[in-house]
Design a binder for this molecule. Structure first.
Ligand code: BJW
Ligand code: ZN
Length: 243
């Protein structure tokens, strides 16, 4: 009930106030209150497609126009959206803690917009494009995009600079994430369903290495029982109370 949530919030707040090194892992749920649809569950459908079926290299090979249409739609949707109190609370937490790393699976850029600084984007960024021919990487905020965007230097087909299923996460970013997890005393896992690897296992790894691990999620996840503290509630309501 509310009472036990309050107690957990207070316990976590105390842990955080004494912490030297904190890692936060976020997923789509932290952006839900900004108006960003999550992947799984309600609003996880785009037309008749499951969002996760379009987030694959196969989908892009078979129908790049469809996949670009999907990402173009998401750019249009995201462009006017703002961070919510959950994003802002994490930016404030970072200012108060000596070592702080924000690992995000989100590609929406809302953490940056809220003022977070030390961010590791595991799954890329919606506002960057990459050439499938020459590999060049550029920031591109064009909305709307042409049907099939082309590389400015080699005319090759561009793709979103995001990590699809079956693709490797950028090794350097993944290394930095594991390094941060290895040293942290407290880890917070916020708004992720815990279904996508390797991010899903990071909380468990932190816990094995001795960190106190807490989850903030609207619903229970496969990991709720494996963490020290699991708080059910909206990120935008719970996170500001941890300050
Ligand atoms: C709220 C809230 C509120 C709502 N407040 N909470 C081991 C076994 C089997 C398979 C694999 C394995 N290891 C790797 C794989 C393959 C695959 C994988 O994990 N598959 C699983 C589905 C089984 N992983 C990969 O392919 C990864 N690559 C890799 O491992 O490389 C090595 C390799 C190569 C080749 C073969 C095998 C391995 C890459 C994964 C890339 C994921 N990409 C996406 C798309 C990114 C681009 C885009 O956005 O379009 O990333 S998929 C999608 O899921 C997106 C998300 O970042 C990711 C995670 O989703 P998230 O954030 O958890 O969102 P939801 O919607 O699932 O959950 C929202 C949560 O919020 C819910 O819990 C709500 O309750 C909660 N919530 N409102 C708080 N207000
Ligand atoms: Zn190119």
């Amino acid at each position: 009930g509310d009472r036990s949530i309050e107690n957990k919030v207070l316990a976590l707040k105390e842990k955080l106030s004494g912490a030297e090194n904190v890692v936060v892992l976020t997923g789509a749920g932290i952006s839900a209150e900004s108006g960003v649809p999550t992947f799984r569950g309600e609003g996880g459908l785009w037309r008749t497609y499951r969002a996760t079926d379009l987030a694959t290299p196969e989908a892009f090979e078979n129908d790049p126009k469809l996949v670009w249409e999907f990402y173009g739609w998401r750019r249009q949707l995201l462009a006017p959206l703002d961070p919510n109190p959950g994003h802002y609370a994490l930016a404030e937490l970072e200012r108060r803690i000596p070592r702080f790393t924000l690992i995000t699976q989100n590609i929406d850029g809302l953490h940056q917009k809220a003022g977070s600084a030390n961010i590791l984007e595991l799954h890329g960024n919606l506002w960057w494009v990459r050439c499938t021919r020459c590999g060049s990487l550029t920031e591109d905020r064009t909305v709307p995009l042409p049907e099939l965007p082309r590389c400015g230097s080699c005319r090759g087909l561009l793709r979103p600079h995001v990590v699809w299923f079956g693709e490797m996460l950028e090794p350097k970013i993944l290394d930095q994430a594991y390094e941060a997890i290895r040293d942290c005393g407290v880890m917070l896992v916020v708004g992720t369903s815990g279904t996508v690897q390797p991010a899903a296992s990071m909380g468990v790894i932190a816990r094995k290495q001795g960190a106190t691990v807490a989850e903030v999620n609207l619903d229970p996840t496969p990991y709720s029982g494996a963490y020290d503290i699991s708080i059910s509630g909206k990120a935008g309501e719970i996170l500001p109370r941890l300050l």
